[in-house]
Design a protein around this ligand. Structure first.
Ligand code: 8YV
Length: 327
């Protein structure tokens, strides 16, 4: 009934986003929120001119190479693009866009929540109250560790890393970071952040480590067995970026050995599967990839997707193109 390009959305998005997409485009929604199977993705990529996937759609080279001639734009609902083989898309002339910037503050908040939860044993305390076994206040009951005055080492000082740094300064932490590139001196001064060119050295001197880098070929298993062993015994580590940045098997072993003190994880290497040994570990807080999960954030992400799709449909270059350069 229409010559408008077909937009296929792979997951259920917030209602206002879906309503707007239906108004603007020839949109086919996924009403069930069952993630697409590989077969369904494959056929969507045959039919659609524009695909709107999420982090749960693994668009590998084989899928992208098999896409139909109509597919011109993959407008991902999310910031991380590690689920998409961007070089393969580029080779096929398919533009990839993401939704940067709109989930920065929420993810930084969740990073601080995990730092506090692990340091101050929030989840253990809550469980104790609910269990009915709490015997009352005591001078040595539920002692955690102070974060004020401690050293925070941020791996990946992009938008989210910097937002974590701003919050952490308010909590009295000193800010250290490792990044591909050193920050502009003015930004570094503003954040009072100390740059560590050598990740190993930074790891061995921090009280808290926060993983905030994207998952790229260069960051896969960046925290491996050797590097985790560099952490101090009292150190804690939190990860709100991607599970694959940390070797989960090595992490489980390091925690079991008490090589370092605890971890707060919002992401996992094989999510939604979580290493069963982690579930038995006392000194960890485990969350179901909810760093950006706010109503406001999801609507902002949807608006970003809409702007990217609309700009493309109108014949212009969408603003949030992911460049191969970023890898
Ligand atoms: C999103 C995320 O929930 O944007 C990201 O990179 O990890 C999450 O915040 C997810 O990507 C939605 O596709």
């Amino acid at each position: 009934t229409t010559s408008k390009p077909l937009v296929i959305v792979t997951r259920k998005l917030p209602d206002p986003v879906e309503t707007r997409m239906m108004e603007l485009f020839n949109t086919r929604l996924n009403m069930s929120d069952e993630p697409f199977s590989r077969e369904r993705l494959q056929s969507a990529m045959q039919e659609a001119e524009i695909l709107v996937p999420t982090v749960t759609d693994k668009l590998d080279a084989a899928l992208i190479e098999g896409a139909g001639p109509n597919l011109k734009l993959i407008a991902s609902f999310g910031t991380g693009v590690d689920h998409i083989d961007v070089p393969a898309a580029k080779k096929k002339g398919i533009i990839v866009t993401n939704t940067p910037g709109v989930l920065t503050e929420d993810t930084a908040d969740m990073t601080m929540a995990l730092i506090l939860a692990v340091s101050r044993r929030l989840v253990e305390g809550e469980k104790l109250v609910r269990s009915g076994k709490w015997e009352g206040w005591g001078p040595t009951v539920m002692l955690g560790h102070r974060i004020h005055g401690k050293r925070l080492g941020i791996i990946g000082m992009g938008r989210i890393g910097q937002a974590v740094a701003k919050r952490a300064r308010g909590f009295g932490l000193s800010i250290h970071y490792h990044n591909r590139r050193r920050l502009h001196p003015e930004i570094e001064a503003e954040l009072e952040a100390t740059y560590w060119d050598n990740l190993d050295q930074m790891l061995s001197r921090m009280d808290i480590i926060s993983v905030n880098c994207p998952r790229t070929p260069a960051t896969f298993h960046l925290l491996n067995q050797r590097r985790l062993a560099l952490l101090q015994p009292h150190a804690i580590m939190v990860n709100t970026s991607r599970g694959e940045v940390v070797d989960e098997d090595a992490l489980v072993q390091a925690l079991a050995n008490r090589d370092f003190a605890g971890a707060g994880l919002d992401v996992f290497e094989h999510e939604p599967e979580v290493d069963p040994r982690l579930l038995k570990q006392q000194n960890v807080v485990l969350l179901p990839h909810m760093g950006s999960a706010t109503i406001e954030g999801r609507i902002d992400m949807g608006e970003k997707v809409i702007v990217n799709v609309k700009t493309f449909v109108d014949g212009h270059r969408p603003p949030d193109r992911v460049l191969e350069l970023d890898f």
